[in-house]
Design a protein around this ligand. Structure first.
Ligand SMILES: Nc1ncnc2c1ncn2[C@@H]1O[C@H](COP(=O)(O)OP(=O)(O)O)[C@@H](O)[C@H]1O
Ligand SMILES: [Mg+2]
Length: 240
């Protein structure tokens, strides 16, 4: 008989509710009780129309924002009760972010952009430089290390942003529409890079996208509609 190996979830969120402007007449409930499990090494995509709550959910998963209600275990740590300093430490060490608009620091070279999260993590200068070089090589940007963001194309900027996301050996990459601002051929190459990171380095990836075609290439597709996950085939709510 074959052994069943259960991989513990790296993301385990239960009943996540997010309300903005709570208590005011502008109060809006955007997430209505999301359950999300992601296993270590999984490549999951989250799809949904604009305004369905994808970025709101990603900000909570990435500890950039707090849920109004619900529980969240990240890599075995209950993060709901952590203070701000602890949250930023967990975020910097466990999560690598990739955004649609790259979010690189202007007038700062590619290599310095990649080194920055290591500076916050207290890594020494020589090691920072070596690690940044190694990652810029991995994303095929070794020839552009001294270029500033305005000297790079969209695809090149996103490669630098992906290198930056990887520097602190994160447990998870959270990518919010990373190909959304790119033409389809460039987006294709960025997607290939995510596949490479997943296959060769076993990185857990949560990939938010507008593109059903790109989502189909991932191991599991979750569809967010009006702040809830739905099963598109059945038209019903379900827990991931
Ligand atoms: N800080 C905020 N205050 C009020 N409403 C917000 C805030 N952030 C997002 N929203 C609202 O939440 C909804 C979902 O937004 P978002 O998560 O950005 O959707 P998506 O990423 O799927 O396009 C939108 O209606 C948006 O206007
Ligand atoms: Mg969004």
């Amino acid at each position: 008989m074959q052994d069943i190996i259960t991989v513990p979830p790296i993301i385990e969120a239960r009943g996540i509710v997010k309300r903005f402007n709570e208590g005011s007449e502008n109060e809006l409930e955007i997430l209505h009780g999301i359950d999300l499990n992601v296993r270590k090494g999984e490549f999951v995509s989250i799809v949904g129309t604009s305004g369905s709550g994808k970025s709101t959910l990603m900000n909570i998963i990435g500890l950039l924002d707090k849920p109004t209600a619900g529980s969240y275990m990240l890599d075995g740590v209950d993060v709901c009760c952590a203070g701000d300093t602890e949250l930023s430490h967990i975020r910097n060490s466990k999560i690598g972010f990739v955004f649609q608009t790259y979010n690189l620091i202007a007038r700062t070279s590619a290599i310095k952009n990649v080194e920055l999260p290591m500076l916050y993590a207290g890594v020494k200068a020589k090691e920072r430089r070596e690690r940044a070089m190694e990652l810029l090589e991995l994303v095929e940007m070794k020839e552009r290390i001294n270029h500033t963001p305005d000297e790079l194309s969209g695809g090149q900027k996103q490669r630098v942003a992906i290198a930056r996301a990887l520097v602190n050996h994160p447990s998870i990459i959270l990518a919010d529409e990373p190909t959304g601002a790119l033409d389809s051929a460039t987006g294709r190459k960025i997607m290939d890079l995510f596949h490479k990171l997943h296959k060769e380095q076993g990185i857990t990836i949560v990939f938010i996208t507008h593109s059903p075609e790109l989502a189909k290439e991932t191991e599991r597709i979750l569809t967010l509609k009006d702040g809830e996950f739905i099963d598109e085939r059945m038209g019903i709510k379900y827990a991931s």
